[in-house]
Design a protein around this ligand. Structure first.
Ligand SMILES: Nc1ncnc2c1ncn2[C@@H]1O[C@H](COP(=O)(O)OP(=O)(O)OP(=O)(O)O)[C@@H](O)[C@H]1O
Ligand SMILES: [Mg+2]
Length: 137
């Protein structure tokens, strides 16, 4: 069975369902890594971005702490990764660096065109991952 599971969350309903599924599927001997990739609002200019980044980082840390607490409450061992950058690349790199054997993601996220089945992050992860990917609708 799976020994290390990686779940990617972006605050969307789909990712929340993916997270719930990850908790359901992760017995106590399995390690769950929860990743959130920080993306700063693109409309903010470069100087302002630097000023505002600590605020977004703090929010993101709290978001991850809340999820790791929820895992702990269900008896699931979890750690967290907060990283800035391209979400698909960061998720794929994290999957390699923590040697995960299952990735769980939502089919859609916070943005994008609702008619599409997969967002750009979920489709890139499915396409390039070296391990099984569970896409939660
Ligand atoms: N910044 C992120 N950090 C962690 N996980 C993410 C992030 N962005 C997306 N994901 C994961 O990928 C899943 C699919 O989101 P995706 O971004 O592909 O769809 P979308 O937002 O609807 O479309 P797009 O981003 O292409 O406009 C999410 O449910 C989540 O599991
Ligand atoms: Mg998205």
């Amino acid at each position: 069975m799976f020994k290390k599971v990686l779940v990617a969350i972006d605050g969307s309903e789909c990712a929340e369902r993916a997270f719930e599924k990850a908790l359901e599927m992760t017995p106590s001997e399995v390690m769950l890594t929860i990743i959130h990739v920080l993306q700063l609002p693109p409309m903010i200019g470069s100087k302002k971005t630097t000023e505002i980044e600590p605020f977004f980082r703090r929010e993101a840390r709290l978001f991850l702490v809340e999820h790791s607490n929820r895992a702990a409450a269900k008896g699931v061992k979890a750690d967290t990764i907060l990283i800035k950058g391209n979400p698909a690349e960061a998720i794929l790199n994290a999957a390699t660096s923590v040697t995960t054997d299952l990735i769980i993601i939502g089919s859609r996220g916070r943005g994008g065109i609702k008619e599409l089945m997969l967002g750009s992050v979920s489709s890139a992860v499915v396409q390039h991952a070296k391990v099984p990917v569970l896409v939660v609708k």
